[in-house]
Design a protein around this ligand. Sequence first.
Ligand code: ADP
Length: 476
Amino acid sequence: MHLQSIRARLTFWYTSLLTVTLLVLGGAAYGLLSYSLSHEVDAALNGVATTLAERSHDNSVSIPPAEIEEMFRRFFGFSPWDRYYERLDPFGHRDPREPKSPQQRPPLSKEALNNASQGIPTFETVEGLEPYPVRLVTMPVMEGHRVINLIQVGMSLQSVSETRVRFLLIMGGVLPLGLLLAGVGGWLLARRALEPVARMTEAAQRIGAEHLADRLEETGAGDELDHLAKTLNEMLGRLDAAFSQIRQFSASASHELQTPLTILKGELEVALRSPRSLQEYRDVLNSSLEEVDRIAQLVEGLLLLSRAEAGVLKMDQQPVDLTQLLEEVHARLKLLADSRSVELRLGPTELISILGDRERLRRLLMNLTDNAIKYTEQGGSVTLSLQGDENWASVLVADTGIGIPQDEQEKIFQPFYRTDEARSQVQNGTGLGLCIARSIAVAHDGAIQVDSTPGLGSTFRVLIPVQKEMSSVRNF
Ligand code: ADP
């Protein structure tokens, strides 16, 4: 049998189990039948032999008594006197007074003679007297403690053997038939039970990347298959969401790349249309360089994000002095802040070192500080500070800028997401900065939280775990 399918395997196991059960039950029934048949034969022989033994005290009564012979014939269909009946003296010799019987004499074994001399009856099965075995009882006839005669009564086991054979024949015929019926029934039952699985497979094959909105049919029965359909549907839902996110991401990425490329192309085309002065060429090249920088920045950001997403973003595990890093970021962006008339302050800092990638962490803090300066109007301020406890180091970048509406505070971490307010105020954002910053924090087993009130300002909090072995380096 081709056992690849669950259906075939179920049927095979079911039928095998049934075969074993039926064989065991059949064997037990056969054993019981044989036992009770032999028991009945022995009981009948014992009854006849005992009656004969009692009667043989009275020599006047003919042996066998007519009524016993009649009874025997009625119940067993024959009489043992036709074949196996003998009355012997205590030493096993035939009573000379007995009429010479034409039948075959039953044998007298040494064991039976020995038992009889002690007053014990012996039951034996003797082969070879006729085609079927003969069951024989040798019964001592007692007078007080003395054995005066031996009585032997035998009976052919033909009907017992025939009953046994009949039983085996019936079993031999019924068993395969029962198994065949059970096998076919099992096969049909398994098909019925697995029908929903086949339907699900078919439906799942239909659902490709193009039809991720399709769902498997849920029966609502609450059984295992319904549960499976629900689970698969939930998985399809997640896949659908992931696919549309990827689609959205590539569409946004191409759009973001297309804008600087179009500007670049336009500027170069205009420059080439007619002869220009050296200064004009310089201006065009400078402007083009800005666009190329923007494209490079975008591509680098996308690459970093895709690596982070694939879990192959390589991170150093070196001790990083966060205070020093914050001072460095402050120093680097001070000029930019000044140029926009935004005050960049270095607030209270604790001396905290963590294990991490210095370059990536600097990029994270630069992104946040750059945003804070970008989205703060003239006269506002941005404060960098550092706090910590046994477990976490937290860097705070607080500004008095435009703020972020409550319902967008989680969305701003998605790639290319920008608030309307930000779009209207700052043109040159890529929408990747916060997404990259969060990826870097997560790669350090950390997180970024935001707390903001539109019109009042925002505070970004970067949480980085302090390694146990590093906590001793705190406040050095
Ligand atoms: P970008 O700044 O290039 O637009 P980011 O990913 O860094 O991209 O930021 C995503 C969006 O989050 C910004 O467009 C802006 O809407 C919002 N945002 C980020 N930082 C601030 C901030 N300090 N204040 C107000 N809005 C902010």
